[in-house]
Ligand binder design. Structure first.
Ligand SMILES: *Cc1c(COP(=O)(O)O)cnc(C)c1O
Length: 367
């Protein structure tokens, strides 16, 4: 059993992927080739977003979003602490200040209330993370951002395919940032990312910023990055996008199956769903008592699990200069001690899930 089984997935799509990649090799359009433009259009249609601009990875998508919104020194950006470091690090890389706020203990996500309480005169934006594929309460959060005139950036790295009120995440805020890292629910065969927006001016700016601020060849109107999606990755992603809905359904069914069979264990809290939304089920994450011992127990039974995340951002050595202390964000810190993600992908079998479920049950019988 694997945590995310990329080999099985490849076997299912092998002839299509091999063909798509070989076509790129034959054409030789490796940089911003045919598949890049087509993938952008297909993602735009899938998400129902006006603009979709590809880039090299999810971290760059966040960086480009902040660059486009001209966030920099003196600005504050509200971010969760219980997330991958990139959400907060890109704020700091722009020399703005990440302001960490706590999460709801059961959804693991920021809430409108915690965000509003952290807004100051310096707040320029909030980056919400749809953690594990679960949308935040976008309607309430968007209202607060509009009321205080701050930008809403959605970190959708784990949430491709998630919707809130039947509208894709990444299309609610000013800018949506996606990652197609291999273990995300739409995964490339390397690094890849995407930015969504509904505003023409932002789309044009981001398109320039992703390659040295070029307005035309060798004519730069901004200083920018070199952050383009490889054509080879776009070709792989186009194949995977065609099959994405089936995989998403499979994930959702498998997640419901875990919940059905694990919710009776009193030492674990199964994920709860945000109202009005469709979870993308990138990671199925429990909050488990004796988490570390449970993880070792499962490992001995050759059941791979992951801890997303063992240390909250506000306590990372890299953010020591911000002066946060242990107990500043109790729910985030508690989540770091208890979160455990179980094997889940678009091909997991009920048999493998039963193995995971009975191992977890037998662990708690001994406790
Ligand atoms: C994966 C991830 C990122 C970064 O994406 P990369 O493509 O790995 O750079 C950012 N935020 C979150 C929440 C992620 O899970």
């Amino acid at each position: 059993m694997q945590f995310v089984d990329l080999q099985t997935q490849y076997q299912h799509y092998q002839s299509e992927i091999d063909q798509a990649v070989l076509d790129v090799f034959k054409r030789g359009d490796f940089i911003l080739g045919k598949d890049v433009g087509l993938f952008e259009r297909e993602v735009a249609a899938y998400l129902q977003t006006k603009y979709a601009i590809s880039c090299a990875n999810g971290t760059d998508a966040l960086n480009l979003a902040l660059l486009a919104l001209e966030i920099g020194p003196g600005d504050e950006v509200i971010v969760p602490s219980f997330t991958f470091i990139a959400t907060a690090s890109q704020v700091a890389m722009r020399k703005a200040k990440p302001v960490f706020v706590d999460i709801h203990p059961r959804t693991f996500n920021l809430t409108a209330q915690t965000i509003e309480s952290a807004i100051t005169a310096k707040t320029k934006a909030v980056i919400v993370v749809h953690l594990f594929g679960q949308p935040v309460d976008l309607a309430a959060i968007k209202k607060i951002c509009q009321k205080h005139r701050i930008a809403l950036i959605e970190d959708c790295a784990q949430a491709f395919g998630a919707t809130y009120k039947d509208k894709a995440v990444g299309t609610w805020g000013d800018i949506g940032c996606f990652s197609f890292f291999p273990a995300k629910n739409l995964g490339a065969y390397g690094d890849a990312g995407m930015i969504t927006t509904q505003k023409k001016s932002l789309a044009e700016k981001i398109t320039k910023l992703r390659f040295h601020g070029h307005q035309r060849k060798y004519y730069s109107v901004f200083l920018g990055l070199n952050s383009r999606l490889d054509t080879v990755q776009a070709a792989v992603l186009r194949v995977k996008l065609k099959h994405f809905d089936r995989e998403l359904k499979h994930r959702q069914t498998a997640a419901a199956y875990y919940t059905q069979h694990l919710s009776s264990i009193k030492q674990v809290a199964v994920p709860i769903d945000q109202k009005n939304s469709r979870h993308a089920d990138n990671y199925y994450t429990l909050s488990a008592k004796y988490r570390n011992r449970l993880q070792s127990f499962l490992e001995q039974k050759r059941i791979p699990t992951m801890v997303y995340y063992p240390l909250p951002c506000h306590l990372q050595p890299a953010f020591k200069y911000l002066g946060y202390k242990t107990r500043d964000l109790p729910h985030s810190e508690h989540a770091c001690r208890t979160a455990l993600s179980l094997p889940l992908d678009g091909f997991i079998t009920p048999k493998d899930q039963d193995t995971v479920i009975s191992a977890i049950k037998s662990f708690y019988l001994k406790e």
